[in-house]
Design a protein around this ligand. Structure first.
Ligand code: PMP
Length: 451
């Protein structure tokens, strides 16, 4: 039996007066490129709860796009950040070592190193910068230029990263010319299998497609890297079939191509393992990480096998990358993920909690899928879950998804769309079963109104 869960508390009709006023000023003075899915202006947070400037408290099911791993204002993270900021805020890792980043790198590589294999870390401020670094490293190491990415992918907004990004055209329209020597191949989405394949055969179909390119279209010995999200994030929270990533590894080995896993969204414990590729029997050459790594402090990381990280001294760097305050937040985040520090009510560590609470959410969502025909697919791992809305003919129903998203918000559930018609469930990893049940009840109520 579940304890009586805390409920969202809506004090004013949405949007409240302060929210409306800030939304108006925001629309006057900030970049015209920002999106505003619904009227929400945060004031403060505690755990999985966010309170807006009008005093409405809402349940956070998106965690600042899968970033706030440890929830909002986690005391252990706050303390670590406060302690570091009173010591020094910045010196510059590119020029001088700092113990806090050295020990962070040592800690991170422990999660990927296999016996007889050593890894190294380059720190950036964001996911896009980690991706840029990965492309630079792969080109520099192989002496080759071409990069293969996937359709539906998202890798960031800088020039290299948007070129690799394979989702919405609005990310690219009017910004070209982009990076040369980049191709896109389909992503094996078992719910919408590409290339005339099925849910079971789509992984092999994409592998065959790539190898087909190497015959007559793209010389394999000019390909530096294949970059792929082991579980696709912005594209719709998609889990590929089990044979896909090991198959990619074999292909890369055959042709001397670097395999880059972009773990920016799915990594850092979200799927129930430290990195999402660890659900499969596969090892990449390069990993990019960011988002959940530092509970919202800006930090990105490029992890690479020592045998691959061969770029010369001074060839790459960053003024702020590996900032010690962000590194302190990352250490304290890892403490909670690894279970060195336990979060009350979340078992041994946050990765296990993500796996268990995620399984509970998935089971409940599957029941809803049986009840509501417009829920075409429920998929994911841990607290990385996608809910796809479909029309009666099975095609994606983005308009219905948008209505659902707004209606959930109006009931106090913060959520975020992705893909064409998907709502992503990416809450803080400290979410308890009771809190999950509260969010699920809001979802169920909302879905009933859409019938
Ligand atoms: N890669 C992936 C898989 C992402 O999901 C994102 C952000 N959504 C990025 C890269 C870019 O990260 P950032 O916004 O920190 O540059």
């Amino acid at each position: 039996t579940l304890a009586k869960p805390r409920q969202p508390e809506l004090k004013t009709a949405l949007p409240g007066p302060k929210t409306a006023s800030i939304m108006e000023r925001d629309s006057q003075h900030l970049s015209t490129s920002y999106m505003r899915p619904y009227p929400f202006v945060p004031d403060h947070g505690e755990g999985v709860w966010l309170t807006d400037v009008d005093g409405n408290t809402m349940l956070d099911f998106f965690a600042g796009i899968a970033v706030s791993t440890t929830g909002h204002a986690h005391p252990h993270v706050v303390q670590a950040v406060q302690e570091q900021i009173t010591k020094f805020t910045h010196v510059c890792l590119t020029d001088y070592p700092q113990e806090i980043t050295t020990s962070l790198a040592e800690r991170l590589v422990k999660h990927v190193e296999k016996p007889g294999e050593k890894w190294r870390v380059f720190f950036s401020n964001s996911g896009a910068e980690a991706v840029e670094a990965a492309v630079k490293l792969a080109r520099n190491h192989t002496g080759r230029q071409h990069i293969i990415s996937t359709m539906g992918s998202f890798h960031g907004r800088t020039y290299g990263a948007i070129t690799l990004t394979g989702s919405k055209t609005k990310y690219k329209r009017g910004f070209g010319p982009l990076l040369p020597a980049v191709s896109h191949v389909p992503y094996p989405n078992p719910f919408r299998p590409p290339l005339g394949s099925t849910a079971e055969t789509c992984g092999q179909a994409v592998l065959d497609h790539i190898e087909g390119l190497f015959v007559g279209i793209l010389p394999a010995d000019e390909v530096a890297a294949i970059i792929v999200e082991p579980m696709q994030g912005e594209g719709g929270y998609i889990v590929p079939p089990a044979d896909f990533l090991p198959g990619l590894r074999a292909l890369c080995d055959k042709y001397g191509i670097m395999l880059i896993f972009d773990e920016v969204q799915a990594g850092m414990g979200r799927t129930g393992k430290m990195f999402s590729f660890q659900h499969f029997d596969v090892q990449p050459d390069i990993i990019t990480s960011a988002k959940g790594i530092a509970s919202g402090m800006p930090l990105g990381a490029l992890l690479a096998k020592e045998s691959v990280m061969t770029w010369p001294v001074g060839s790459h760097g960053s003024t702020y990358g590996g900032n010690p305050v962000a590194a302190a937040a990352a250490h304290s985040t890892l403490d909670l993920l690894e279970g060195k520090v336990q979060h009350p009510g979340c078992g041994a560590n946050l990765m296990d909690n993500a796996a268990q609470v995620g399984e509970f959410i998935m089971t409940e969502l599957k029941k809803m899928q049986a009840e509501f025909p417009f829920l075409g697919d429920v998929r994911g791992a841990g607290l990385f879950i996608g809910l796809e809305f479909v029309k009666p003919d099975g095609s994606p129903d983005g308009a219905l998804r948008d209505r659902a998203s707004m209606a959930m918000f109006e009931r106090g559930l913060l959520n975020l769309d992705c893909g064409e018609a998907v709502i992503r469930i990416s809450p803080p990893l400290i979410l308890t079963r009771e809190e999950a049940a509260t969010g699920l009840e809001i979802m169920r109520e909302t879905l009933r109104t859409l019938q």
